[in-house]
Write a protein that binds this ligand. Sequence first.
Ligand code: COA
Length: 231
Amino acid sequence: MIECAVWWATPLPNEASHLSLLDPLEQGRHGNYRQEIDQRRFLTGRVLAKTVVGELLGLAPGEVEFDATCADCGKPHGPPRVTGASVTFSISHSGDRIGLAMADGVPVGLDVETATRRADDSLISYALSEAEAAALAGLEPAAKSTAFFTYWTRKEALMKATGRGLKIPLQGITLSPPGEPARLLESTDPALDPANARLTDLDPGDGYRAAVALLTDAEPKVTERWWTPPS
Ligand SMILES: CC(C)(COP(=O)(O)OP(=O)(O)OC[C@H]1O[C@@H](n2cnc3c(N)ncnc32)[C@H](O)[C@@H]1OP(=O)(O)O)[C@@H](O)C(=O)NCCC(=O)NCCS
């Protein structure tokens, strides 16, 4: 059994008490976002992660440092990691939802998406294998959209758990249909082995779909809760 804790939050305001928790590289990224809501999603992910990781390590949030160096280009926009500790975590944001999934030493990937967008044919053929697309055929638009974003979040959670994200071809992995327990059936990418990948659907609220992936052969025990920042 492997435990995984998930926290959900809504965007924090751009206030000095939160901004002061970002290091200079994070402040640079925050400042580069043109839209205020993108700044707030980024800020919330980092404040949430620093608070929760800090509680685990016995540190104040401002003392927690992440290394987010991108393995491809060296810029600080890769998956954040805590140096010198075994805790692993993944951040995701979409619309008014910011999520954090945390495990101990096991690669973890979280994805949340607003599921109100229409799943049109071009999106379906971009993201799904033929067998997966066939499972959506004949569904009404609302049910099709829900089923599509169920597939999408499960796939992206797996890809994020590898640390390579969308560099893994979406069509190269095949999942169980949305009405069945979430499971990786096949993968053409060696980073994802069905025997070593566990998926759990999450509940971020109406209008959203989310999933968490753990790269392990142990059964996951996932708990979800809402986070409110300490006042
Ligand atoms: C990571 C990725 C899947 C983001 O997907 P998204 O749906 O837009 O965004 P999400 O909100 O779910 O996830 C973003 C978070 O994932 C994390 N992340 C970044 N790169 C990641 C990666 N390669 N693997 C796993 N997680 C990653 C970060 O925490 C990021 O949030 P933050 O920067 O605000 O802390 C996508 O951007 C990707 O695949 N990137 C890597 C490949 C790439 O394009 N590299 C080009 C740079 S050289």
